[in-house]
Design a protein around this ligand. Structure first.
Ligand SMILES: *Cc1c(COP(=O)(O)O)cnc(C)c1O
Length: 484
């Protein structure tokens, strides 16, 4: 039968397996019954095992990740993911559990969740956490449902507005809207803080709460957080903390102490569990004691006999995820927290902040514009608007050229209030030489912008995939492989 070669590799008649008729004397291999055998050939490429191995090994090397180089993706925290955590999460006693196993047989795993919740309460200054939400946005949505349930229980259901600063992560307004709230935007002032006058003007008895990221997505600590908390509370609203990226605050300052009532954090950013490609993640939601009864069911608690049991909070908003959430992500984060300890977490935050400030200083000194020019936290935002005006080189061109230099580009065109924004977060896991090398790459690119802008428009020049036509890719995506 003439078979097509469906991939470019290989040739007619090549095989990567061998199942000969066995002619040895003394034993006979059992034959597979004819009724179980395929009646027609499979339409597969004909390749040797060596070709297959090289193909996939080469493919794997086209990937860029935190294990291959610096990945300064602001807001997303691409820090090193310790391999010990992977090893532990992969053990049979975790992976071969079934969520419907009798509860007395999963006490160890429940204890892990119970302890992780305590650790998160300590780190963030909250009174209880739900580990169910599977992502940051999912945590926000859960938190919004809790705020809604709280106001409704108080007979205060006219509170249908959530205030959100104009530099917020896009998931904030999306989550609040999905929970049924209307969104009112609050402006940022010239120093990068919430504009207090604008906030005051927006506060009334329809406000359910304020969603805030602190440090903000500009990488700046909100200097008026105490006043903001007081104003929102006086107006009858609650404070929601977006702690997706809490890499600057661990061990230093706690949202619970800043006045926040509800929050989420991303284990897949702050607590070193891997992310990318859409997950899996975990976005635990924490609350102050007065909101504990609204948390999602089920909760892990300890009974009088010191056994771990599952409970349903009195005013629960219900389940937000099947079973126990993304359990192995919880295992990895728990391992990370235990191996770091309180001092280690604090040290991580301090190093993240120093690395970001050092990179920012090097770039500023080299001629890049920092629009909110004050000490940053774990990340900072450049504006390359001036470079665009002067040399016709966009932030996108700079980012693409960084790929040639061996870096993953930073977060781009976000927050929206900064034109030609590039948001860098080197993270604590970069050594000082790595930070300096990244700064040098950025300064070399700035030089190229002056001398050879066309090259930047064409970049990346050395990557396996060259400059893409984003619009065409979005409008006419090619979703199935066809042999060229
Ligand atoms: C990443 C991020 C989110 C959303 O988290 P996901 O897990 O991607 O849903 C929300 N807010 C901020 C500030 C973030 O950085």
């Amino acid at each position: 039968m003439q078979r097509r070669l469906i991939f470019e590799k290989g040739a007619e008649g090549r095989y990567g397996y061998s199942l000969p008729d066995n002619g040895f004397k003394g034993f006979k291999l059992k034959q597979i019954s004819k009724k179980y055998m395929r009646q027609s050939e499979l339409d597969l490429p004909q390749v040797t095992e060596g070709e297959v191995i090289r193909h996939y090994t080469n493919l794997s090397q086209l990937n860029f990740g935190v294990d291959s180089g610096s990945y300064p993706l602001g807001s997303c925290t691409m820090k090193y993911n310790p391999k010990i955590n992977e090893h532990i999460a992969r053990q049979d006693y975790f992976t071969k559990m079934h969520p419907y196993q009798p509860i007395e047989t999963i006490q160890g795993s429940l204890e892990l969740m119970y302890n992780l919740e305590i650790a998160l309460c300590n780190i963030f200054g909250m009174d209880a956490f739900s580990l169910q939400p599977a992502a940051g946005a999912h945590g926000e949505f859960t938190g919004m449902l809790i705020i809604k349930a709280y106001h409704e229980k108080n007979g205060d259901s006219k509170r249908n507005v959530v205030l959100i600063p104009d530099n917020a992560h896009g998931t904030n307004p999306a989550s609040a809207a999905m929970a049924g709230f209307s969104i009112k935007e609050v402006k940022t002032d010239a120093r990068g803080n919430v504009d207090i006058e604008a906030l005051k003007a927006s506060l009334d008895d329809t406000v359910a709460g304020l969603m805030l990221t602190n440090p903000s997505t500009l990488g700046l600590f909100e200097e008026n957080i105490s006043e903001i908390a007081q104003l929102v509370h006086e107006a009858g609203g609650l404070l929601y903390y977006d702690g997706a990226n809490a890499n600057a605050i661990m061990g230093i300052v706690r949202p619970g102490d800043m006045g926040f009532d509800v929050m989420h954090t991303n284990l897949h950013k702050t607590f070193a569990t891997p992310h990318g490609g859409g997950g899996p993640g975990a976005g635990p939601v924490g609350v102050k004691a007065f909101l504990k009864d609204f948390l999602p069911a089920m909760r892990v608690e300890k009974n009088e006999e010191e056994e771990f049991v599952l409970t349903v909070p009195k005013d629960t908003i219900g389940r937000v995820r099947s079973y126990f959430g993304n359990f192995t992500v919880l295992v990895k984060a728990y391992c990370y927290i235990l191996t770091m300890g309180p001092q280690g977490l604090k040290h991580a935050s301090q190093t993240a902040i120093i690395n970001a400030n050092y990179l920012m200083a090097l770039l500023k000194e080299g001629g890049y514009e920092v629009p909110y020019d004050r000490r940053c936290m774990h990340e900072f935002v450049l504006s390359t608007e001036n470079i665009k005006k002067e040399y016709d080189v966009k932030a996108l061109d700079i980012a693409k050229r960084l790929i040639d230099m061996g870096y993953h580009p930073p977060t781009m065109y976000f927050p929206l209030i900064v034109h030609e924004a590039m948001m860098f977060e080197p993270t604590e896991t970069e050594a000082v030489e790595d930070v300096e090398a990244l700064a040098k790459a950025m300064l070399d690119i700035l030089e190229e912008a002056k001398t050879n802008p066309q090259m930047l428009h064409d970049a990346p020049l050395t990557a396996p995939v060259k400059r893409l036509d984003d619009v065409r890719a979005a409008r006419t995506p090619v979703l199935t492989y066809k042999k060229a």
